[in-house]
Design a protein around this ligand. Structure first.
Ligand code: T1G
Ligand code: NAD
Length: 728
């Protein structure tokens, strides 16, 4: 039974019961409509309470039912809303857990709203590429005013109950059972007038210059959400609440959502939504997986190394109320790390206080203890190592801590790409060793690559995946290979960016094209931010640059393949990026963030091309995008072929959450599918034939096979490989 109804004296309680989140599927909508009509007609009923089963009001329309252009569902939710709002008997929403999207729209059509203190409300449709389309953009501004409503709708913000009360979205916040409180309120208001409680009948109040306000909002949104259409549609819809009568406003919502669907962005974002949820459902070839292996509960942790990454990881753990021992190698580094962590925690505490939640950090510090003494970590449940990227050092540390720690403690490394098995092999419990690859800044970035080595046990995977979720991360299980998934795909992309400079581009041409595509940052800006020396050191270790390059090696060749030495040349001149005040761009000061194109680089590139007698040509944005992205996608196919990622969806989750890929394009593998695999294949093949010294352009076996079998849907790609090479 999707919707049940029972009566408590004169109050009829209608409960949505559709696990896991009481989403409004077609069946739920039909049942809700029917139960509501019956309750409203029943003479023994004098008031109605609307609630959800299992402590959740409702997470909105059932996204699983969204199919391309079908909008029937959203229309029927508004049908229910209209009925509720016009009901002559008072209707009270009892909000527990979540009231999101269509769920909040349902509640807004009720005459009163009571929320549990832990509930959250919001209109997050924008995050799945659409807009609230069951009256949300018309009723919310009438209830809380335009600026607050617009902010919630355009950002898709989750609003905690206490803030919802301050904004006027809910009438009561209770610490106890919200349904009992709603029934109580319903009884009190029986027979009282409801006219000013029907939001559709109220005027939108404002004392701002509406034209200016919406123009500014549009300008800001075009920058902040570059390329995404849904935020702009949300603004238009809210504007309609001021300009049009309520029912025309509803029509506008429908028109806008229909036009969004034609852009393909909602489909991409909904694919990204479900891919993210599926990433947590890991399964090993043995059949062990998320649904049959229980994680260990992690209460105490240690983080070794408080540099760029360690600080963020400590903050992340502390934020999740997990106790941390933070370790450094000397007093100076410890003090620096401590200062940085305290400052980050203070900011977190401030945010929590603003949301009306009390923070558990006394003076900005939670359960974090700083020390130089490795002996103090002996009783922790899990350790995350974040020292320099150096195999020798990591092995020394793992050997040392495996002797100190209790036998069942887990040992995790934050390495960006070193061999997990080699690290595990020096410990007395390789089955408890795993990679937890956080992204910088670790307290903010949502992605976590959980890297399984060949010894890693299912319990270790379950525990770290579950810890990732507790930290609010999107954890994706990947296999062990140099650079894992995200960084491995990035390598040929950055390499191509270098070749583009040789062939005639300036750094800003490449960055602009990719930023216009939707990346948060182009490759040269990204390198300047991360520091060019990071890649330089790694290339030196690999013997690609520096003293270990055999004499007589041509400047633009390594092991017979094309090589672009420009980044190395910049490093030799100390142009390390932002921290040096210059890199691919120049900056206003050391550590500055405002990049400007540098005439010096232009001159340098011209001289470089002359020296190497490179005939440059004009390269347009399309060529830049294709050259950079197709090799990245090709690497994604190789990763699937090698069994390093479980599915193309997992790769997309990694790129959407860790590499600034525009979510409204779904992710690189989804993009390949929507572009057409044949086009990707043919372009790569053509380019590879013209440049046989660039192996990353050679189309992979899987890509070729998928084209040959007629481009099956993305969900079926892996079946083309069978169980070859599964490294997970
Ligand atoms: N429809 C269908 N399934 C949903 C769903 C939804 N709206 N929301 C969640 N799920 C599934 C999800 O796939 C997962 O399934 C399970 O619930 C638990 O989710 C007319 C147009 C509610 C805050 O955008 O933000 O209303 O993987 O793992 O971390 O304007 O899910 O277990 O099989 O995320 O506790 C607007 C989206 C819809 C809300 C819970 N609503 N959901 O988070 O668990 S459009 C949303 C969320 C709309 C109207 C329109 C979160 C959550 P499975 P979870 P969680
Ligand atoms: P970092 O140089 O900023 O910090 C490393 C810290 O480790 C330093 O504070 C150092 O004092 C400390 N340390 C060194 N030896 C130690 C020892 N024996 N005991 C205790 N502490 C010791 O480095 P980082 O950028 O934070 O990188 C740390 C790890 O995370 C590396 O493996 C790196 O590859 C990986 N990583 C870095 C990034 C990034 O963007 N910086 C992203 C993901 C992963």
């Amino acid at each position: 039974m999707e919707v049940t109804r029972y009566q408590s004296h004169a109050v009829s309680v209608i409960e949505i019961n559709h696990p896991p989140v009481n989403a409004l599927s077609s069946l739920v909508c039909q049942a809700l409509f029917k139960e509501f009509v019956e309750a409203s007609k029943d003479p023994s009923v004098e008031a109605i309470v609307l609630c959800g089963a299992n402590g959740k009001f409702c997470a909105g329309a059932d996204i699983r039912e969204f199919k391309s252009t079908s909008l029937m569902k959203t229309i029927s939710i508004e049908d229910i809303n209209g009925n509720i709002e016009s009901c002559k008997k008072p209707v009270v929403a009892a909000i527990e857990g979540v009231a999101l999207g269509g769920g909040l729209e349902l509640a807004l059509s009720c005459h009163y709203r009571v929320a549990h203190i832990k509930a959250i409300v919001g209109l997050p449709e924008v995050l799945i590429g659409i807009l609230p389309a069951a009256g949300g953009t018309q009723r919310l501004p009438r209830l809380i005013g335009i600026p607050a409503a617009l902010d919630m709708i355009v950002r898709g913000r989750h609003v905690p109950a206490t803030e919802a009360f301050q904004l006027g979205i809910v009438d009561q916040v209770v610490q106890t059972n919200a349904i009992d409180a709603a029934v109580h309120l319903a009884r009190e208001i029986i027979g009282k007038p409801l006219d000013n409680r029907r939001l559709s009948t109220l005027p939108v109040q404002y004392n701002i210059n509406i034209e200016d306000f919406f123009d500014n909002a549009l300008k800001k949104a075009k920058i902040q959400f570059f390329g995404a259409q849904a935020p702009l549609a949300c603004i238009e819809a809210v504007k309609a609440s001021v300009e049009l009568p309520f029912y025309q406003g509803l029509k506008k919502e429908q028109e806008l959502i229909a036009s969004l669907v034609t852009t393909g962005q909602p489909q991409a974002q909904q694919y990204a939504f479900f891919s993210e949820r599926n990433a947590g459902k890991w399964t090993l070839p043995s059949g062990e997986g998320w649904d049959n292996v229980s994680p260990k509960i992690i209460k105490t942790t240690a983080v070794i190394g408080l540099g760029t990454m360690g600080r963020g990881i400590v903050t992340s753990l502390s934020k999740a109320n997990i106790s941390v021992i933070a370790l450094e190698q000397d007093e100076k580094q410890l003090n620096q790390g401590k200062k940085a962590v305290i400052s980050l925690l203070e900011k977190e505490a401030e945010k929590l206080n603003k949301q009306g939640k009390s923070s558990s950090f006394a003076n900005g510090l939670g359960p974090v203890h700083f020390t130089l003494d490795f002996g103090e970590i002996r009783n922790v449940d899990l350790v995350i190592e974040a020292v320099y990227e150096n195999m020798g050092l990591k092995k020394k540390i793992f050997q040392k801590i495996s002797k100190i720690l209790k036998p069942d403690a887990f040992l995790c490394t934050n390495t960006s790409g070193l061999d997990i098995d080699e690290i595990a092999s020096v410990t007395n419990r390789p089955q408890n060793v795993i990679g937890m690859h956080f992204f910088s800044p670790a307290n903010i970035m949502r992605l976590l690559e959980v890297v399984r080595g060949c010894y890693t046990s299912p319990i270790t995977i379950a525990t770290t995946m579950s810890l990732g979720k507790t930290l609010g991360k999107v954890a994706v299980l990947v296999g062990n290979c140099p650079l894992f998934v995200g960084n491995r795909m990035l390598l040929p992309y950055v390499e191509q960016a270098g070749y583009l400079l040789e062939d005639g581009c300036n750094p800003e041409d490449v960055d602009n094209a990719l930023e216009h595509f939707g990346f948060a940052m182009g490759p040269f800006c990204m390198m300047d931010l991360a520091g060019l020396d990071v890649g330089w050191r790694s290339r030196m270790e690999k013997g690609l640059t520096g003293d270990r390059v055999p004499t007589g090696t041509p400047a633009r060749q390594r092991q017979g393949n094309r090589y672009c030495p420009i980044a190395d040349m910049l490093c030799e001149l100390g142009r390390f990026g932002q921290k040096a005040g210059m890199g691919w761009y120049k900056y206003e000061k050391l550590g500055g963030r405002k990049a400007s194109p540098d005439p010096w680089i232009r001159d340098f590139l011209e001289k470089y091309r002359n020296t190497h007698q490179i005939k440059s040509h004009v390269i347009n944005s399309e060529e830049i995008i294709q050259r950079c992205l197709y090799v990245l996608i090709n690497a994604g196919f190789k990763i699937l072929e090698d069994g390093i990622a479980t599915s193309p969806e997992d790769i997309d989750v990694i790129y959407n959450n860790g590499y600034g890929w525009p979510k409204y394009r779904g992710g690189p593998m989804y993009y390949a599918a929507t572009t057409g695999l044949a086009k990707v294949y043919e372009t790569l093949d053509r380019n590879y034939k013209a440049n046989p010294d660039i192996p990353s352009m050679k189309p992979t076996f899987l890509l070729r096979k998928l084209v040959a079998v007629g481009e099956p849907p993305l969900k079926e790609w892996k079946t083309q490989l069978g169980n070859l090479n599964n490294k997970l």
